[in-house]
Design a protein around this ligand. Sequence first.
Ligand code: F6R
Length: 244
Amino acid sequence: MISIHEFKTAKEAGVSAAALVADVVRHTPDAVLGLATGSSPLDMYAELIRLYREGSLSFAGVRTVNLDEYVGLAPTHDQSYAYFMHHNLFDHIDVHPENTNLPSGLAADPAAECARYDAVVSSFGRLDLQVLGIGNNGHIGFNEPSDSFSKGTGLVHLTASTIDANARFFASRAEVPTAALTMGIGQILSAERILLLAFGEKKAAILKEALYGPVTPQVPASILQFARQVDVFADEAAMQVIHG
Ligand code: F6R
């Protein structure tokens, strides 16, 4: 089931999205949260930090699994997703560092690292809430358009469109990693609840395709039509094609 929540701005959506996450954590203090990086969750993370600081929310029992990490970037690299998570959330709340998980971009054996990460994800036995952004090409996590839906964590080669989109975070396009480790579509779909964040006109066309088009691995986010419960938090700009 898909519920769409539309907001005037991404900021307002982020505040409401944080309220949804906070509800899950208050209801299930040892919740397993699947987390995303990128620009979409930034306002939500800022609001979660504010709720923690005002004393109305604790992450002390929460476990987290992040969707993905670039191959080749150390956690200290300022564009690694490990760095992003510490900088934008973990270092500012009371989550225990040992309860936070990301795939390692530096693993010498990516296949072994994917197997390790699959074991971490399945050791929790549940995924209470999965936060997602959506790529301009419909990717979720770093599951790029493909001929099949992936099940578990895998090594993926990023498409030119994703490398272009992410070049804004690096000094030059040449510095953008070309591969990543990502949780699979099967793992994402196992979540009890999914929170999809989509902001800005660049997401408008793909959001409509994902939510109302055919379910196909060429638009990985289209599989969300088969998820248990999806809450889409979008701003007006991202909703403009859906409204027609
Ligand atoms: C990030 C991730 C990606 C992003 C997507 C949208 O962990 O898995 O799928 O969610 O590329 O990125 P932004 O939010 O920067 O538009």
